[in-house]
Design a protein around this ligand. Structure first.
Ligand code: HEM
Ligand SMILES: *[C@@H]1O[C@H](CO)[C@@H](O)[C@H](O)[C@H]1NC(C)=O
Ligand SMILES: *[C@@H]1O[C@H](CO)[C@@H](O)[C@H](O)[C@H]1NC(C)=O
Length: 326
């Protein structure tokens, strides 16, 4: 057997072993969540979400990135409770309006999703579940992996800009810090590398990779450095660059870019530069199927961070405001 073929069968065995282990352990589903959660109360919930997302992406495929990132920012701050979707109110600056403007997008898609859900089954499906489903559908429609999303999340009533500061990872090369932030929400180093693969979709603004161009340039491919430098030189804060060459397609190209030192953020490139994570990046670059599998597992875990328990929280009527705010 060639070395390539050997690696391939090794990866297959590795995946099988991990699947078997997950099955034997019953999977890490939080007690309150289940696959058939809306089976009796809103049987078409998943179809409704999928239809609205698919219409939105047909008009603007780049929104897949927006939806995936919204779900990530939701889960990392206050758990998956749709806190990221709440608007600011008099006297409260919400997560989405954190001073570091998060350039989040896809809010209008979530408005449309929720409106459709409310028309069919009013007051039943949480915004947090709707967002978890929308992110899953967005990944799949961008030709990424499909994974089951256990449901039953409840919506939170708190959304405070300053909650984002320590909870969200900064785009810097401090791997220790990235590992720590993921560990804080129960995600391990493998999850960190696999979920960073979300950057196979979408773009970043110059401000996010300014450090990469200056302080971190020794690990940056020179032709990319040149084009990024000229794109951002004008000082237009609206300028963006794609994370990889195929920014509307969910694939393994992001990791290939890292192996040729074409990672956009310092936090991306450091995954390949650091001995603790370099091998994982190389494996994902070589075996996109292995990345897909690890991404599914990571999303499954991420989708269950710090969930509300019992009757904590609520089922919001509109995703932008809490129910008793009038
Ligand atoms: C490892 C830690 C991470 C860091 C430091 C990070 C940082 C960033 C930054 C700075 C941007 C660009 C914002 C801008 O300039 O407009 C961005 C965009 C994005 N991030 Fe992350 N991120 C991380 C992990 C993740 C994860 C886990 C996901 C999802 C699974 C994700 C999904 C996305 C997507 C899809 C975009 C593009 C958004 C768009 O095009 O609108 N990121 N991220
Ligand atoms: C903040 O992000 C929103 C959404 O992408 C964008 O419309 C707005 O212009 C941004 N504001 C600033 C001050 O950058
Ligand atoms: C990186 O992050 C760790 C953990 O938060 C911190 O202790 C350390 O000082 C940081 N290193 C640098 C160079 O900023």
């Amino acid at each position: 057997m060639s070395r390539g073929a050997q690696m391939k069968s090794f990866v297959r065995v590795l995946i099988l072993v991990q699947v078997a282990a997950a099955l034997l352990a019953g999977g890490p589903v939080a007690a309150e969540l289940s696959m058939g959660y809306y089976g009796m109360t809103c049987p078409f919930a998943e179809y409704i979400v999928r239809n609205v997302v698919s219409e939105a992406l047909a008009k603007d495929p780049t929104l897949a990135a927006g939806l995936l990132r919204l779900h990530f920012h939701d889960c990392f701050v206050q758990g998956c409770d749709a806190s990221v979707l709440l608007d600011s109110t008099d006297g409260n600056t919400a997560e989405k309006d954190a001073p570091a403007n998060l350039s989040l997008r896809g809010f209008e898609v979530m408005d449309a999703v929720k409106e459709a859900l409310e028309a069919w089954c009013p007051g039943v499906v949480s915004c947090a579940d709707a967002l978890a489903l929308a992110a899953r559908d967005a990944v799949f429609m961008a030709r990424g992996p499909y994974y089951g999303v256990p449901l039953g999340r409840r919506d939170g009533t708190r959304s405070v800009a300053s909650d984002t500061f320590l909870a969200l990872p900064p785009p810097l090369k401090n791997l220790t810090l990235l590992i720590q932030i993921f560990d804080n929400v129960g995600l391990d180093v493998h999850d960190l590398v696999a979920l960073s693969g979300g950057h196979t979709l979408g773009v970043a603004h110059c401000a996010s990779f300014k450090d990469r161009l200056q302080a971190d340039a020794e690990t940056l491919d020179s032709s990319l450095a040149k084009s990024l430098g000229s794109a951002c030189g004008g000082g237009d804060s609206g300028t963006t660059a794609p994370f990889d060459r195929t920014s509307t397609r969910f694939d393994g190209v992001y990791y290939k870019e890292l192996t040729s030192r074409r990672g956009l953020l310092s936090s991306d490139q450091t995954l390949f530069e650091s001995p603790e994570t370099k091998e994982i990046v190389s494996m994902f670059a070589m075996y996109p199927d292995y990345f897909f599998y690890s991404f599914q597992q990571g999303m499954y875990k991420m989708g269950q961070i710090n969930l509300k328990e019992g009757d904590e929280g609520e089922i919001r009527k509109t995703c932008r405001v809490i129910n008793d705010s009038s």
